[in-house]
Design a binder for this molecule. Structure first.
Ligand code: NAD
Length: 290
């Protein structure tokens, strides 16, 4: 069994990006600039955003963090987005999701200019992804593809079962893996909350991408020998033995599944760190596209 080490791979990637930034500087070119908008004080969102800002510093990007209070109106947020769209120094920006309930998330996603949409959530970029055209691929699926590529995991002709159909993980993942591309060419089944015969499907799978958000959902008894396991889940589970009072759990029961897997991503240290690295890669791309 091989651990798909997202921590190490993302460090390699960040080093490569830092090198690219050095070269841009040496050529007197612009350094990539990422902005992040955070509305409210949700603990997990604050952690994610601060990791993204820190990662920018690490690779030599400029970064701007815009923190807005929970009660910010949709109109005010759209104004901030418009400012970022028009700011020529900002190459790309993200609006951290989820947003407070009074703000229409889809409206916000649509307001981000597709050329600066380094999260790859805008319908123009999702459309391009679907057509296998160059675009910003949303960071989590992009990170998984990168991990599979770097570890030379064979995907061609394999049966992939993606559990979860969300717009940011499951859906794009299923599209990417079915495409004619590296880490693609697979036959893909998308399972979701209404899927009736999940066990039948997972027992047939060569690769399973678990992205449903239920801690330790996937157990060893519904996985066949030699399966490649990608665990996307990140859930805070109460744990009094930890100083902070919780631990991070994936969607895979590592204990039982790792005994059968050929490759597996751990949680933490698998898909999570890759997500941030790919956001940086998209931002570098946005800067170079100019
Ligand atoms: P989501 O809640 O938007 O979607 C969950 C999906 O799982 C839905 O499509 C639903 O139909 C499906 N589902 C729910 N119960 C199911 C069941 N019993 N059987 C089969 N399918 C079921 O979640 P999301 O945004 O896609 O995130 C999924 C998980 O991945 C969460 O834990 C989230 O925190 C994590 N996540 C991690 C990263 C990362 O960087 N590692 C990024 C995004 C999301």
């Amino acid at each position: 069994m091989v651990i798909l080490d997202g921590k190490k791979t993302s460090t390699d990637l960040k080093n490569e990006i830092a090198e690219a930034v050095k070269q841009l500087k040496a050529q007197g070119k612009k350094v990539p600039h990422l902005a992040a908008v955070l509305v409210g004080t949700d603990g997990a969102s604050m952690t994610y955003v601060s990791s993204k800002v820190k990662a920018c510093e690490l690779v030599g990007f400029n970064s701007t963090l815009i923190e807005l209070p929970e009660e910010t109106s949709e109109e005010k947020l759209l104004q901030e987005i418009s400012k970022l769209n028009n700011d020529i120094d900002i190459d790309g920006f993200i609006v951290q999701l989820p947003l407070p309930k009074h703000i229409d998330e889809q409206k916000v996603i649509m307001a981000v200019h597709p050329d600066k949409d380094v999260d790859g959530f805008h319908p123009v970029n999702v459309g391009k992804l679907t057509l296998n055209l160059p675009t910003f691929i949303s960071a989590t699926p992009y990170g998984i593809m990168e991990l599979l590529e770097r570890y030379n995991v064979e995907t061609s002709g394999k049966h992939v079962v993606v559990i979860g159909r969300s717009n940011i993980v499951g859906r794009p993942m299923s599209i990417l893996m079915s495409q004619k591309r590296k880490a693609g060419d697979a036959t893909v089944t998308v399972a979701h909350s209404r899927t009736k015969n999940l066990k039948e499907l997972t027992l047939q799978a060569d690769i399973i991408v678990a992205a449903l958000g239920i801690p330790e959902f996937l157990k060893g008894d519904i996985v066949k020998e030699g399966t490649v396991i990608i665990d996307v889940g990140i859930t805070r589970v109460d744990d009094t033995t930890k100083k902070r009072g919780y631990r991070i759990a994936g969607d895979v029961d590592f204990e039982t599944v790792s005994k059968k897997a050929s490759y597996i991503t751990p949680v933490p240290g698998g898909v999570g760190p890759m997500t941030i690295a790919m956001l940086l890669k998209n931002t570098l791309q946005a800067c170079q596209n100019k």
